[in-house]
Write a protein that binds this ligand. Structure first.
Ligand SMILES: Cc1cc2nc3c(=O)[nH]c(=O)nc-3n(C[C@H](O)[C@H](O)[C@H](O)COP(=O)(O)OP(=O)(O)OC[C@H]3O[C@@H](n4cnc5c(N)ncnc54)[C@H](O)[C@@H]3O)c2cc1C
Length: 398
C-alpha cells in the first residue's frame, strides 16, 4: 500500500507543493492526488489584467502534471473530516470521498465583502476568474465618462485602479482608501504612486471608509456619496469556510493554525499553506496573504512531509519578504523594498523598469507552477517513517 498524500487546491501553493512532493518521494511509495475545482491554473495575480480585457495563456493541469506521477482530480472539495481522514468531493460523477494519510490544505482565499451593506449585490470582485470576467463584461459596457470606483487602498486596489485607468482612459476612475494613499510605502514610493495616479487621472479618496454600496454610488463613513457606475471591491480576502467547519484549530477568520513546519497544531496529519494558513513570519507577525510568502510555505510543507516520511533532516525554508512588487498598469510599476517583516525601507524601483520587473516576477511564479518537477534535484527517497501511524504498509528503505 502506498502512503496517500492529498493536496487540496492547485493554486500557486498547492500546485507547487504537489510537484515538489513528486520530485522528492519515490513513486512506488506514495500516491499523490491534487484536487482542484477548475481544469486549468488560474494566475490570480493577473485578475485585474483579465478584467481589463487581456487574455492569459491557458495552462491546463492535464499538461502541466503529465508524467509527474501526480494524479490531478477535477472536483469541488465540499468538506474535510479530519478524524476519519477523508475529503468530501463532488465532481461530474457525483459525490465521493477521498481518503488520505497526509493532507495538504491549500484552498486559497476569495473576496471579502466584510458585511458592508450592498456589497454582495452591487460590487464586482477580482479575487477569482469568474469575478474578473464579470467585471470585464461590465467595463466593456460602460460609455465614456462613466465612473468606476475601486474600494480598497491595498496592493490589489492600487493595481486594479491603475490597470483600469490605463486601459480605459475615457472612464472616470476613482479609488477609495480607508487610510492615506500608499501610506505604508516609503516617501519615494508614495510620491511615485501619486505621480502615476495624477498621470492616469485617478481620483484618490483618502481616509474614506466605504460603509455602503448601491447600484450607482458608494457611500463613505462621513456621508460622502461617490458616483460609481461600477464598484470594484478589493478590501481584503477571506478564506473558505471549509476549514472552520472541521475540528482543525483555526483562527477567528478561519485560517488553519500551523507550526513552523506548516503542520496543523491540532492535527499532525494535516498541513496548511498559502492564504489558507495562519503562519507566523519574521518579527512574530502573521504572513499576509500573498504569493510572495505563500510559495515558501509550499516548499517548506513539501520538504517537511518528505523528510518526515523518509527519515531525513527537517528543513527550514527561509520565509521572509524582500519587496512589494506593484504593477501600475502595463507601463508603470513600483517595487518597494522592505525589511524581512515587510516594512518599507527607503529604496524603490519605479517606472518602466519596475513594470518589467513585476512582469518577470509574475512569469516566473507561473513558470514554477507550470513546470512542477523541473529545476529540482531528483532525490526520490523511499518512505521509511510514520507509515504505521498512517496505517499504510509501505516498503522499507531501499
Ligand atoms: C488581483 C490580484 C492580484 C494579486 N497580486 C499579487 C501580487 O502581485 N503578489 C503577491 O504575492 N500576491 C498577489 N495576490 C495574492 C495571491 O494571488 C494569493 O495570495 C495567492 O493566489 C494565494 O495562493 P494559494 O495557493 O493560497 O491560493 P490560490 O492561488 O487562490 O489557489 C487556490 C486553489 O484552490 C482551488 N479551490 C478553491 N476552492 C476549492 C474547492 N472548494 N474545491 C476545489 N478546489 C478549490 C482554486 O480553484 C485554486 O486553484 C493577488 C491577488 C489578486 C486577487
Amino acid at each position: 500500500m502506498q502512503h496517500r498524500i492529498v493536496v487540496l487546491g492547485a493554486g500557486y501553493t498547492g500546485a507547487v507543493a504537489a510537484g515538489r512532493l513528486a520530485k522528492r518521494l519515490h513513486r512506488e511509495d506514495v500516491a499523490i492526488t491534487l484536487v482542484n475545482a477548475e481544469p486549468d491554473f488560474v494566475e490570480r495575480v493577473r485578475m485585474h489584467q483579465v478584467a481589463t480585457g487581456q487574455d492569459l495563456k491557458p495552462r491546463p493541469f492535464s499538461e502541466m502534471f503529465a508524467g509527474t506521477g501526480v494524479d490531478v482530480r477535477l472536483a469541488q472539495v465540499t468538506g474535510v473530516d479530519v478524524d476519519r481522514k477523508t475529503v468530501a468531493v463532488i465532481d461530474a460523477n457525483g459525490e465521493g470521498q477521498l481518503p488520505y494519510d497526509t493532507l495538504v490544505y491549500a484552498l486559497g482565499s476569495r473576496w471579502n465583502a466584510q458585511g458592508v451593506p450592498g456589497t454582495a449585490e452591487h460590487a464586482q470582485e477580482i479575487a477569482s476568474r469568474p469575478g474578473a470576467l464579470r467585471l470585464r463584461e461590465r467595463l466593456a459596457r460602460l460609455d465614456a465618462g462613466q465612473s468606476v470606483v475601486v474600494v480598497g487602498g491595498g496592493l490589489t486596489g492600487l493595481e486594479a485602479a491603475t490597470e483600469i485607468a490605463e486601459a480605459r482612459p475615457d472612464l472616470d476612475v476613482a479609488l477609495a482608501a480607508r487610510d492615506g494613499l500608499g501610506d505604508w510605502l516609503s516617501p519615494k514610493g508614495r510620491e511615485h504612486l501619486r505621480k502615476v495616479f495624477g498621470k492616469l487621472g485617478i481620483t484618490a479618496y483618502e481616509h474614506a471608509a466605504v460603509t455602503g454600496v448601491e447600484a450607482d454610488r458608494v457611500t463613505t463613513a462621513d456621508g460622502t456619496a461617490i458616483p460609481a457606475a461600477v464598484t470594484v471591491w478589493t478590501a481584503g480576502f477571506a478564506v473558505h469556510p471549509i476549514a472552520k467547519a472541521t475540528a482543525l484549530e483555526v483562527t477567528g477568520s478561519g485560517q488553519i493554525v500551523v507550526d513552523g513546519t506548516m503542520r496543523s497544531v491540532s492535527h499532525p496529519d494535516v498541513y496548511a499553506i498559502g492564504d489558507a494558513a495562519m503562519v507566523m513570519g519574521p518579527g512574530d507577525k502573521p504572513l499576509r496573504m500573498s504569493c510572495a510568502s505563500g510559495t515558501p510555505t509550499a516548499w517548506q510543507a513539501a520538504d517537511v512531509i518528505a523528510a518526515r516520511l523518509t527519515g531525513g533532516k527537517l528543513p527550514n525554508v527561509s520565509i521572509r519578504y524582500f519587496n512589494q512588487c506593484i504593477s501600475l498598469g502595463r507601463k508603470e510599476g513600483l517595487i518597494q523594498y522592505v525589511t524581512a517583516d515587510d516594512r518599507a525601507v527607503q529604496a524603490v524601483l519605479t517606472g518602466r523598469l519596475a513594470a518589467v520587473y513585476k512582469e518577470l516576477i509574475c512569469k516566473s511564479a507561473a513558470w514554477g507552477v507550470a513546470n512542477p518537477t523541473l529545476g529540482l534535484p531528483t532525490r526520490r527517497r523511499r518512505v521509511t517513517r510514520e507509515r504505521a501511524a498512517a496505517g499504510s504498509a509501505v516498503k522499507a528503505s531501499a
